[in-house]
Design a protein around this ligand. Structure first.
Ligand code: SF4
Length: 164
């Protein structure tokens, strides 16, 4: 059975920067959880950041690939540089995925770690820009497809192709 990596906050775990969750009621996720397919993971917490923590964005809205290459940093609202923690969390997510033979993930859109289609633009003004988070960029560069919680039906289609 294919396992699926999923953002812990979507599974109701209170791991977000503000101490909350973003629990998803998606029917696919609920079914996969009941089947025991889901591997719940929070890269920021696994990378060593506390709960709660200052919100963070990628400098210039540059995207996760730029962070992985050293071309951009991840900065928090208090001015601290949390790049190392984001990189450690991404590596931990990849290791967790590999240990379960995972080939797809459903991650929280908009996050500087987990975003798949959009992230915030680095201005801390609530503006999104197209791009991926750090963990998503690392997973995808290692062949793991990442879908957002807004497009779980696409993840379901991909799962079907993997299992058929
Ligand atoms: Fe959720 Fe990912 Fe942010 Fe953790 S890093 S709180 S799993 S969006």
């Amino acid at each position: 059975m294919e396992r699926i990596l999923v953002s812990a906050c979507l599974m109701g775990r209170r791991v977000r920067y503000d101490g909350g969750a973003k629990t998803s009621s998606d029917a696919w996720l609920t079914g996969w959880r009941e089947e025991g397919r889901l591997v719940s993971f929070c890269p920021e917490v696994e990378g060593g950041l506390p709960i709660p923590r200052p919100a963070a964005e990628i400098e210039g809205g540059a995207g996760g690939a730029a962070v992985l290459s050293g071309a951009a940093r991840v900065l928090a609202t208090d001015g601290s540089d949390v790049t190392a923690e984001f990189l450690a969390g991404a590596q931990s997510a990849l290791a967790a995925a590999r240990s379960h033979g995972i080939r797809l993930a459903v991650l929280k859109e908009g996050s500087p770690s987990c975003g798949a289609l959009s992230i915030y633009d680095g201005t801390f003004r609530g503006h999104r820009t197209p791009g991926q988070g750090v963990t998503t960029a690392l997973l995808e560069s290692n062949g793991i497809r990442v879908f957002t919680e807004e497009h779980v039906d696409e993840a379901a289609e991909y799962l079907w192709t993997l299992e058929s």
